[in-house]
Write a new protein. Sequence first.
Length: 101
Amino acid sequence: MADLLNKIGEILPKELGKAPQKIGEEESGLNFADLLKNSFEETNVLQEEGEKAATDIATGTVKDLHQAAIALGKAESALKLMLEVRNKAIGAYREIIRTQM
């Protein structure tokens, strides 16, 4: 296997043969689980802000309608993104399970 990788490295241009820089736990201090958890927490904060904006609009206590609409839009976008990430993760899990059988 190592011989095959060495041969591939010889074929590729020198720039492509370089090892990619690690962007992982060593550099950023966060692993994938931490990044995912932080994203969920940020989405939760945006959802809470969106709910507060919706309540303010409904009760008529909104100070700036434009900012309230922006908060609602951010909350909606964040939720859609999290749903897509979840769907992709579930799809990847199912694919792994299917290939192991």
